[in-house]
Design a protein around this ligand. Sequence first.
Ligand code: ATP
Length: 536
Amino acid sequence: AAQTMEQLVSLCKRRGFIFPGSAVYGGLQGTYDYGPLGVELKNNLKLAWWRANVWEREDMEGIDAAILMNKLTWRYSGHEETFVDPMVDCKNCKMRWRADQISGKCPNCASTELTEPRPFNLMFKTQIGPVPDPESFSYLRPETAQGIFVNFKHVLDSTSRKLPFGIAQIGKAFRNEITPRNFIFRVREFEQMEIEFFVRPGEDEAWHKKWVEDRINWWLSVGLSRENLEPYHQKPNELAHYAKATVDLLYRFPHGLEELEGIANRTDYDLGSHSKDQGSLGLKARVSPNSHSTDKLTYFDPETKQHVVPFVIEPSAGVDRGVLALLSEAYAEEQVKPAPVDRLKPVEEALGTFLKSVGRNEKLPAQAKEALLAEGERIAQSLGERLPSIAGLLSMPGAEGIEVAKKLRGQVDPVIDEFYRTVLHFKPHLAPIKVAVLPLKKNHPEIVSTAKSIRRKLQSTGAMRIVYDDTGAIGKLYRRQDEIGTPFCITVDFDTLGEGKDAALKNTVTVRHRDSMAQERVAISELEAYLREKMQ
Ligand code: ATP
């Protein structure tokens, strides 16, 4: 697993998983863009969730509701009044903080002169329509859940579902976080994977328990390890006002043990809140009187011939936090074979030169300088074990333009490539790229055309993303695929063409496994079946 967030930030930028948002304009805090590999990883995570929670269950339907909703939704859901964080201002440096995330001291200037906490609403307000009327506004949704509640009747009527059943949705949510931080962990625009599972009152506690188990097992199925996952039962004083019980699934992120998903028993609060004639519904939850709703969000129980307001169990997970957990869990820096001391010596010297030149560089912003020196220090200490971090060091913001960094890279790269690798041990079904087809020689027309046709053929099955890559020597290509988590590499060589020593190898290729680095020979005609089986 990753030891520091910097390892992940640097790999993500270098290889094209995740970039800081709006970078050419100096960025926009709390936003990130998913790059060519990031979008594949994120889509694979969402697809795995959808598969397990919608397709493979018999008690679930999916929807995709609008991000913009009638603003009354947010009045009656309680968000206008209570979706707030306590905010404090530092009287010294004027920075603003979430009071519950700092301990009485400004993290920027260490001043203890802070204002009293005051509530700050996290919803982004936005104007609706061309006429600047103060009443024509709504909010970007801060959670996807409300789109499910207001569609409860539609889904019920169009599918004739019986209790218990659930509605699942994946989509964007927006929160004007006071202090976005920790890479994609806390951002202002993110995605959620949410389920509202409707049950008979009285059956809620058993279902809540079952969902906690289900959700833990699902996170294990995508590759998180049990020791990094911790269920946390919220104490009564921590519970949201509508919740009867909430279990948070905490994950050991590089910055600490924090929430990945929350699983709440929301009672009949949500359906009750959005209903008319609330007095006739026998609600257990305390709701605000609703004078606008046009419907009762109830379920007619054919057995008891009664209308009931179902209780809701809500497993709500963050897609971006899921991606961060997958990356963190999968990350490893490994020594491939022992590095002899005489190969390390020049690298050590080059690192020394690099650190000195960072220290002397006047143009480097102080913060970048500090980060580079600290990272260099760390590497120097563990030289021999952690060399791949040097590659990360060189691509850190602020390092660009330093002449000596390039020279260092020239010396370091061959050693890294020979003795070390960074690898992402993704489960195959989550890997952004499943197979890379590599030609042993890129200037040999027949090897190249064979490799390209294998790629085309495998890709045409539509089951997985396959790439062709000839931008380096084979060892380098393997390392690059390791670093982005590709589980299989296929190499086309002279044996494939029947031009090697062993004629029996004609029409076979080398399949190299990412985790074990083992290689085996497979007939081209068997490849598709072979990969399909391994991908299960
Ligand atoms: P936190 O306490 O960390 O602010 P929360 O308890 O407010 O989170 P919920 O309202 O329960 O979060 O949202 C459900 C899920 O949505 C969270 O478990 C998390 O995975 C995700 N999520 C919430 N806020 C953010 C955010 N600002 N950035 C990324 N993901 C988020």
